[in-house]
Design a protein around this ligand. Structure first.
Ligand code: NAD
Length: 345
């Protein structure tokens, strides 16, 4: 039996934590990624095959010998989805549905869609949404996730499992770091400037999950018996990790130091949802970490110089810069060369 897991988007924030964990568990991993955030965030290892390709151009050959697929590749947040709406529909919806079809045709055993709790959008504060609660996606990003869920689930059958994981907002250190995620951004501000940026008005509810815990959930989704998980949607997180932003900010500030001040910004955030994690826990998965662990990891990585708030740690900023550089290069390139015409340097 093959032990190959195809991970699309494996060079991203979740992928660069997940892929080494898969290797540690004895799998071989084929990563297919545009590597917008760099190839070197994943270790060089015989058990990790890195293929630079766009998920909109997957072919049956990419699935040869693959047993499981974890389809992480996506435009991964609301503002980037708003900047590239067409590409977000193509990548986050159409390419994933096609990927699931190709996986099934190639004889893979299981396909996992890493979706998002943002499909719940705004909900009344007294609602605690379980997986059967009506969704309310508010952005292109959330809508494309929901459409992908609806289109991949019917592919589940006797010999092909499909699992949808609605991940809470992720936090914690990962080699491709993201400081545009709530807890990570708060931690950076508190650590660097002793000021913690907090989105108004602080009453909004948000479920969170540690990057190692969501990676464990993705591994659980390929390993759990098909009868327990196939054709099903699971929220990924835990009751202990459902926070209101105001109290969460104070917790992060206290964890970083007693001299950290809160700095409010923005218009009141309308995305607010409380989510139930009973279903995934009833099938044997339990998150192990809470926000304080994530804050400590991120501070340790900052102190050790393993990460910093560079443009590539803010997803939207990085995509904007890539587009800008492309335009600038196109203006000055001559037959593909810059300064050194002979060596194409
Ligand atoms: N991080 C979170 O808080 C969170 C929460 C819920 C759901 N998710 C979902 O989990 C998945 C991974 O998120 P992440 O935080 O690791 O994001 P990320 O942006 O760090 O990683 C996405 C990866 O996909 C790659 N990619 C993008 N478009 C591609 C394409 N067309 N072809 C090939 N590769 C492409 C990028 O290069 C990147 O390596 C996404 O689907 C995201 O929507 C993330």
């Amino acid at each position: 039996m093959s032990d190959v897991v195809l991970v699309t988007g494996g060079g991203g924030y979740i992928g660069t934590t997940l892929v080494p964990m898969l290797v540690e568990r004895g799998y071989r991993v084929r990563v297919i990624d545009r590597f917008f955030f760099g190839r070197d965030r994943l270790p060089d290892d015989d058990r990790i095959e890195k293929i630079t390709e766009d998920t909109r151009r997957l072919t049956p050959a990419h699935f040869a010998g693959v047993r499981y697929v974890i389809d992480l590749a996506a435009i991964s947040n609301d503002p980037s989805g708003a900047l590239f709406p067409e590409a977000t529909w193509e990548i986050n919806h159409a390419a994933r549905v096609r990927c699931a079809h190709l996986a099934r045709e190639a004889g893979a055993e299981r396909y996992v869609l890493p979706s998002s709790c943002s499909v719940y959008g705004f909900q009344d504060p007294d609602v605690i949404a379980d997986e059967s609660h009506p969704t309310n996606p508010l952005t292109v990003y959330a809508k494309a996730n929901e459409r992908a869920e609806l289109d991949v689930l019917p592919l589940a059958g006797d010999s092909f499992g499909v699992v949808v994981l609605r991940q809470a907002t992720v936090y914690g250190y990962s080699p491709r770091m993201r400081f545009d995620l709530a807890i990570n951004g708060m931690t950076y501000g508190a650590w660097k400037h002793r000021r913690l940026p907090l989105m108004r008005d602080g009453s909004q509810w948000r479920p969170m999950v540690h990057v190692a815990d969501t990676s464990r959930a993705l591994i659980w989704a390929i390993e759990a018996p098909a009868s327990d998980v196939s054709g099903e949607v699971f929220n990924v997180g835990s009751e202990e990790n459902v926070y209101q932003i105001g109290p969460l900010g104070r917790l992060v500030a206290e964890t970083v130091g007693d001299d950290v001040e809160i700095e409010w910004y923005g218009d009141p955030d309308h995305r607010s949802y409380r989510v139930s994690f009973e279903k995934i826990e009833s099938r044997g998965y339990k998150a192990e970490h809470t926000a304080v662990d994530g804050v400590r990891d991120v501070v340790a990585a900052l102190e050790a110089g393993h990460t910093d708030r560079t443009p590539d740690t803010i997803t939207l900023e990085w995509y904007r810069l890539l587009v800008e550089w492309r335009e600038r290069l196109a203006q000055v390139e001559l037959d593909g060369a810059l300064i050194e015409l002979g060596s194409r340097g």
